[in-house]
Design a protein around this ligand. Structure first.
Ligand code: SAH
Length: 464
């Protein structure tokens, strides 16, 4: 971070603005939203600045800037249209160790003005660190449109109720759960609809009836195949509520970053032959954390109910009456299809699609080969990299033509995505040459041919 985002209380700190044109005017408008006294020094002053000076009784010196002007000031804005003057002001500010902003010159700024969305007391500030003010303003406009106008009132209500809520709910977890429920529920909606008094009354009633200890909960969340943009809104919302995040190796680290900063993160592993936590221990962990009143986000790659053992995890929760929610995710097959340009079904190629696991048990893959080799279908094989040669051989042995198209996709939807296209006969060889790394997904069927036509829309994003 080039600039640390902080919000500063100006209080009675005097602010000096040097310059009296349009740029100075914009900064003055902002400063006037605070209570800080303002001093303006400028040889010429625009009518708008003049009007602000008169209306707010600002201190104005209509002359050239002099070094003494900085005395007694806590913040300086150099907004003249003359670079040499701005430089001179900067030098003096440095000498006195007073933070300065030189407009449009990020290199000379101790602080910069972000683009603001003002819902006082709630303020969203967006900055590109001077790299692209237009981008920051564009983002600000998006947030402005998205954030309801009365969010400030909501924050004020929360502020008024903070002490009573704290008194009634001394337990921090219970308190957080209470606020999360209020701020996302009908009481908040009442405030946003302008019915603040009703909302305040309802809030008091909700507080009187609230449980004094938090009840834990588990969110079994499908985190998708890799690209964080493929998370659902619900996944993101619940992830950000979680006190604890338990995640698998398949979950992109960028997604774990989206959890609350203070959330505990626990790696539950599960790489081939490297089970970090055995399944019963994971189940027990979820139970223990939820029972101690915590909200637990159990993040799983793809969809939790597709080769994800999600069923087992919720069974043990259900048996103990622990509340849980399941959030579906985009499974690897869908991710591969979209990002590698291989549709899973297609009018002219495949009327059905089967997902199977190619996991080896005692070096064998037990699948209904007779069924899988039938034409006009797509077969997607999860966990099949190690058994690829065996899979292709079994297909051919059970009557599939050796030139049936087959593909293997490495780390779909991430910047490491690689697609290898071949046939049942040559895919193992091509795959060995490509030195693919897990996770990989195998797709068999004539839809693979469409890859050549559709690959142009493959959209694996750049990710660190
Ligand atoms: N629940 C997950 C699957 C877990 S099984 C889902 O719905 O996607 C693990 C297997 O999923 C891996 O061996 C691999 O075959 C597949 N897989 C998961 N993410 C993948 C990705 N980004 N690219 C390719 N295959 C992936």
């Amino acid at each position: 971070m080039d600039f640390l985002p902080i919000f500063m209380r100006l209080g009675q700190r005097r602010c000096l603005v040097v310059g009296g044109g349009a740029v100075a005017e914009r900064k003055l408008r902002l400063l006037l939203k605070t209570d800080a006294p303002v001093r303006v020094v400028a040889e010429t002053v625009s009518p708008e600045v003049r009007q602000m000076v008169d209306a707010h009784g600002l201190e104005l010196y209509q002359r050239r800037f002099a070094a003494d002007d900085v005395v007694g000031c806590g913040l300086i804005i150099a907004a003249t249209n003359d670079h040499a003057s701005n430089l001179a002001i900067h030098r003096i500010a440095r000498k006195h160790s007073i933070p300065i902003n030189v407009v449009d010159t990020p290199a000379l700024c101790d602080f910069i003005f972000p683009a603001n969305v003002d819902r006082t007391p709630l303020v969203v500030a967006v900055s590109s660190g001077g790299a692209s003010p237009v981008l920051a303003r564009w983002l600000r406009a998006k947030i402005e449109a998205w954030l309801p106008a009365r969010y400030g009132q909501l924050a004020r209500l929360a502020e008024r109720m903070r002490a009573p809520v704290k008194q009634r709910l001394p337990d921090e977890k219970a308190r957080r759960a209470f606020w999360e429920k209020i701020l996302q529920g009908p009481i908040a909606e009442q405030v946003l609809a302008g019915r603040e008094q009703d909302a305040e009354q309802a809030l008091n009633e909700a507080l009187a009836n609230s449980a004094q200890t938090a009840t834990g909960e588990v969110y079994l969340i499908g985190a998708g195949p890799g690209d964080p943009d493929l998370l659902t809104f619900k996944a993101l919302r619940l992830l950000q509520q979680a006190d604890v995040v338990v995640y698998d190796h398949l979950v992109n680290p960028d997604i774990i970053e989206l959890a609350r900063r203070d959330a505990q993160r626990i790696y539950a592993g599960k790489q081939r032959q490297q089970h970090t936590l055995p399944q019963p221990q994971i189940n027990q962990l979820l139970i223990d954390k939820a029972r101690s009143g915590l909200k637990v986000a159990r993040l799983k790659g793809g969809d939790p109910f597709i080769f994800g053992r999600g069923g087992e995890e919720i069974e043990s929760l259900m048996a103990l009456g622990i509340p849980f929610q399941v959030v579906p995710g985009i499974t690897a097959a869908s991710g591969c299809a979209a990002y590698a340009g291989i549709p899973l079904t297609h009018r002219d190629h495949a009327q059905s699609c089967t997902f199977v696991t190619g996991h080896l048990k005692n070096d064998q893959i037990n699948l209904d080969w007779q069924d899988l080799v039938k034409p006009r279908q797509t077969v997607v094989i999860y966990m099949g990299l190690v058994g690829l040669a065996q899979i292709c051989a079994q297909f051919i042995a059970h009557g599939a033509e050796p030139d049936r198209p087959a593909a293997i996709v490495q780390q779909a939807t991430t910047s490491n995505q690689k697609v290898v296209i071949g046939t049942l006969a040559n895919l193992p060889e091509l795959c060995a040459q490509a030195q693919l790394q897990a996770p990989t997904l195998i797709i068999i069927g004539s839809v693979v041919r469409l890859h050549n036509h559709l690959a142009w829309f493959s959209t694996a994003p750049a990710m660190p």
